[in-house]
Design a protein around this ligand. Structure first.
Ligand code: AKG
Ligand code: MN
Length: 223
């Protein structure tokens, strides 16, 4: 895998990898969950229900660009972007109705992974669902629309693998390339809570349950 030859993590087989002080990669975490209320099949069924009952849409940035990633949300709050800016809303702007409730399996996954990474009692109120088609990317950014930066971010990767870029506190800081595969979870917080991060253009690939797509679940405590 020469693409990842400069990546500290690519050649390692560890399930749990410390990326930085405060940031951790939990490989294949989803597949390892075998509880009745939290396992891969339940999680994917819950995700399907949300996607069937809300619409993925490409949001507009405040600068007027159309984001390439298609998004929706579940939970009490949903992240949205439009010409007015980035913010959290209680209602889905496309329907005027509340976002779908956060499924118990999602909450359990977010809390368990945060705890494993050292963040006890994480209870997210927002889950952003990002759908990447081939060639879709997310440019470097900070997650800073939340009120309490002592709460971490839990980011779950499903479907086609992607390369995640994890940088530092400044946009110009060096970024690490981290291969994220189906079932992997990255948790970051503490000193890294406002680190820049992004996703490189999704390569053509196929996954049994997700086809050519990658789906990312980003859990945050927004309020
Ligand atoms: O898709 C990912 O892995 C990252 C998503 C992300 O950073 C975001 O939605 O803010
Ligand atoms: Mn982000």
């Amino acid at each position: 895998m020469d693409l990842f030859e400069n990546d500290l993590f690519a050649s390692q087989d560890e399930q749990q990898v410390s990326i930085a002080d405060g940031a951790m990669l939990l490989r294949h975490f989803v597949q390892q969950q075998k509880n009745a209320s939290l396992n891969e099949a339940v999680l994917l069924a819950d995700l399907n229900y949300i996607l069937e009952n809300s619409s993925l849409r490409q949001m507009i940035t405040p600068g007027g660009f159309t984001m390439s990633v298609a998004m929706t949300n579940c939970g009490a709050l949903g992240w949205v972007s439009d010409r007015k800016g980035y913010r959290y809303t209680t209602l889905d702007p496309s329907t005027g109705l509340p976002w779908q409730p956060m499924p118990a399996s999602f909450l359990a996954l977010a809390s368990a992974t945060a705890a494993q990474a050292g963040y006890a009692d994480f209870v997210p109120d927002a889950c952003l669902i990002n759908q990447y088609q081939p060639a879709t990317r997310m440019s470097l950014h900070q997650d800073k629309d939340e009120q309490d930066f002592s709460q971490p971010i839990v980011s779950v990767s499903l479907g086609v693998p992607a390369i995640f870029l994890f940088g530092g506190a400044k946009r110009t800081d060096v970024t690490r390339k981290i291969l994220l595969q189906h079932g992997d979870v990255i948790v970051w917080g503490g000193k890294t809570r406002l680190n820049y991060h992004g996703v490189t253009p999704l390569k053509a690939d196929s996954h049994a349950a997700f086809g050519a797509c990658r789906v990312n679940l980003t859990f945050r405590k927004a309020a």
